[in-house]
Design a protein around this ligand. Sequence first.
Ligand SMILES: Cc1cc2nc3c(=O)[nH]c(=O)nc-3n(C[C@H](O)[C@H](O)[C@H](O)COP(=O)(O)O)c2cc1C
Length: 392
Amino acid sequence: MKLEFAVLPTQPITCIEDFRKLARRRVPRMFYDYADSGSWTEETYRSNETDFSKIKFKQRVAVNIESRSIKTTMLGKEVAMPVAIAPTGLTGMQHADGEILAAQAAEEFGVPFTLSTMSVCSIEAVAASTTKPFWFQLYVMKDRDFIRRLIERAKAARCSALVLTLDLQVLGQRHKDIKNGLSTPPKPTIRNLINLATKPRWCLNMLKTHRRTFGNIVGHAKGVGDLSSLSSWTAEQFDPALSWNDIEWIKKHWDGPLVLKGIMDAEDIPHAIDSGADALIVSNHGGRQLDGAPSSISALPAISEAAGSKIEVWMDGGIRGGQDILRARALGAQSTMIGRAFLYALGAMGKEGVTKCLELLANELDISMGFCGKTDINDVDRSILLNPDIFD
Ligand SMILES: Cc1cc2nc3c(=O)[nH]c(=O)nc-3n(C[C@H](O)[C@H](O)[C@H](O)COP(=O)(O)O)c2cc1C
């Protein structure tokens, strides 16, 4: 059995893959696998990453690229680069107080942070630990009174956008989670306990915090006072009856910038536009829901074309470097979101890791944009690609 402190990084971290490897050593197997997995065969999860590398850049030379900018806007507000931190459940299990640390890193860097409904740190805890507004992601549960109160809590915490996730009416199955006994509370199998013993850093940090459950739910939803009641509550609460009509109800209660997450087909665009949302995210939930769905990057061009300028189009899924952000931008995404890239960094090195992750992405984006002969990210379009029609 390898002890965690015997595998400290000996070389500098230079890419997201380095964070992933380090996170695999430092985060208990159950929670590492929770992040690093997709549903069923994981085909969609894998193609989210591999499809990016099929897009080739045109290299340009002798263009003056001395002064460059990767700043842009999301929902009309300036961001340091076209990236926001995606909502991810149980982030506080990758690292103690994970949501707070990631929100602080994002705030300092100048990109939006999105807090998941299924976070460990509550909306109030993140608000108390940050100085700028963050975004809140909403899952629609059957208990609409709970949803109404959750929206009120997000408003009271100064959240500046609501990201409504539409692709989780039913749950995709991840084999690894079942095999690892990932449940609420987690199964204390011999294998899990032995594995925990090899993660002293993670355990120590966890002992120092009191945030170890779903902070937005426990104590707030009717009948959910402890971990075992939470398990049955969540299993039956995701609402399979959710329809476009419900968005009107949510919009009425929220009354602020609304982002729809999980759009994968151009046929849904008229509904998205009619709903009055401000932005949509082309997303297959990081390959965690409908396995066999196309990669997000391959679905992006058709959606971007159908949306025109009527709604902001963003994408997520498979972004593991600044070049992927550049490719997404070239194929029509105003901006992007990152999930696993920041989760690995957080699990590997806490807040410092998330900051470093954002720096790595920004640096790679900036330099790659320069190689393509562009100086402003807002001028990047299909013309920087050799094969711009690849997914048409
Ligand atoms: C561990 C994990 C948990 C997630 N939890 C949520 C969630 O609570 N709400 C949500 O809308 N999306 C959730 N997602 C999906 C992400 O928001 C995002 O769509 C996805 O991670 C993007 O793909 P990437 O991880 O390849 O960057 C989760 C993704 C991961 C990896």
